[in-house]
Write a protein that binds this ligand. Structure first.
Ligand SMILES: Cc1cc2nc3c(=O)[nH]c(=O)nc-3n(C[C@H](O)[C@H](O)[C@H](O)COP(=O)(O)O)c2cc1C
Length: 370
């Protein structure tokens, strides 16, 4: 059966073809080995189930490019070569199930060095991770300790750390490398005037605030093969007066595209605790559309995209090229096959043969193999 579903049509960026446009949004699991930054059995079941569940792309959770860049000691890491092999095992299983493999490269800046969100003394998990966080300026996130302001030379080292981690990600077999530039972490802290009050070449004008993100883009693009996809996740707005704006996001993405960026994953918020965010179904989709049109680049929308019909409409009407879903995959890692059934798209490539007996059209009381 040929599909007329836009959501379930394949999509190609550079040398990577995704079987559909429902992608797993990066979600920290805080379950890595704290002494090695390597994945645990939890990661194998978590990502394995999603890979077998029919998604086109899994973007692994925020993964530290340096130990001190982790949000918590339980974050994954890619700061040393020993971390390549364990991640390669995850990638290999994703590929065996027809899912492409992505990874989000992260430095948490002033939001580093906390504990898992379920073990802290507050809902934000503010128990300390045990090291001093670093940031563009010595301005604390509300309730967190004051970070150390980075020297200019430190910034150059950080650019190199992102590029080195990207090279390791390629060695592990990842198809899609995403820079974490959103949610108030280090790259976003450089972008927003609320957290960047530097007086060197990395602060002040829009060009200067974007310099760190663009140098990372450049360095990674030069370090990875041409057939790999380079993406960035950005918060299109801080939802705060005087903060980072959608227009600045479009300009940054346009500049990054000139340096080899292929795709923009558009979210919002996370920079400050006091932002008034109008959270609701599809509330971030217009920002993905604005970036897609304004910068002429491939985008995905994300955030409370919870129905097959909404996701189909986003892709079919060109509001974005794909959708990412986060918590929906936690509730049910196999939901893509249910959405395919809803939209009349073929199920064959989405349901693993081991599970095909459970497809409703094959399932009838009294009809079972001996
Ligand atoms: C437990 C959890 C961990 C998350 N970790 C990350 C992360 O590592 N990187 C990131 O960019 N976003 C992270 N997010 C945000 C999600 O990727 C996603 O943007 C958000 O949950 C909205 O999508 P949804 O409504 O489909 O869940 C996380 C969200 C959750 C619930």
């Amino acid at each position: 059966m040929a599909t007329s579903s836009a959501l379930f049509s394949p999509y190609t960026l550079r040398g990577v073809t995704f079987r559909n446009r429902i992608w797993v949004s990066p979600m920290c699991q805080y379950s890595a080995d704290p002494s090695t930054g390597q994945p645990s059995a939890w990661h194998h079941q978590h990502y394995g189930a999603m890979a077998a569940g029919g998604t086109g792309l899994i973007v692994l959770e925020a993964t530290g490019v340096l130990p001190e860049g982790r949000i918590t000691p339980g974050d994954l890491g890619l700061w040393e070569d020993a971390q390549i092999e364990p991640l390669a095992a995850l990638v290999s299983f994703m590929h065996s199930q027809g899912a492409m493999a992505g990874i989000q490269l992260q430095h948490a800046g002033r939001k580093a060095s906390t504990s898992e969100m379920w073990s802290g003394s507050t809902p934000l998990g503010l128990a300390e991770g045990g090291w001093t966080a670093e940031a563009p300026s010595a301005i604390a996130f509300e309730g967190y300790p004051e970070p150390r302001a980075l020297e200019t030379g430190d910034v150059w080292q950080l650019v190199k750390a992102f590029a080195d981690a990207a090279v390791r990600a390629v060695a592990a077999g990842f198809d899609f490398i995403e820079i974490h530039g959103a949610h108030g972490y280090l790259v976003h802290q450089f972008l927003s005037p609320l957290t960047n009050q530097r007086s060197d070449a990395y602060g002040g004008s829009l060009e200067n605030r974007c310099r760190f993100a663009l140098e990372i883009t450049n360095a990674i693009r030069e370090a990875i093969p041409d057939d790999k996809v380079l993406a960035i996740r950005l918060s299109a707005t801080d939802w705060v007066e005087g903060g980072w704006t959608p227009e600045e996001t479009v300009q940054l993405v346009a500049w990054a595209k000139e340096r080899g960026l292929d795709h923009a994953d558009i979210s919002t918020g996370g920079l400050t605790a006091d932002a008034a965010v109008p959270v609701g179904p599809l509330y971030q989709v217009p920002f993905a559309t604005q970036v897609k049109q304004g910068a002429g680049i491939s985008t995905n929308a994300v955030g409370l995209i919870n129905t097959a019909e909404d996701a189909e409409n986003i892709v079919a009407t060109g509001q974005a090229d794909a959708v990412m879903v986060g918590r929906g995959f936690m509730r049910n890692p196999h939901f893509p096959s249910e959405w395919a059934a809803t939209l009349g798209a073929p199920l064959d490539s989405l349901v693993p043969p081991q599970y095909s007996v459970a497809r409703w059209e094959h399932y009838a009381p009294g009809r079972r193999r001996a």
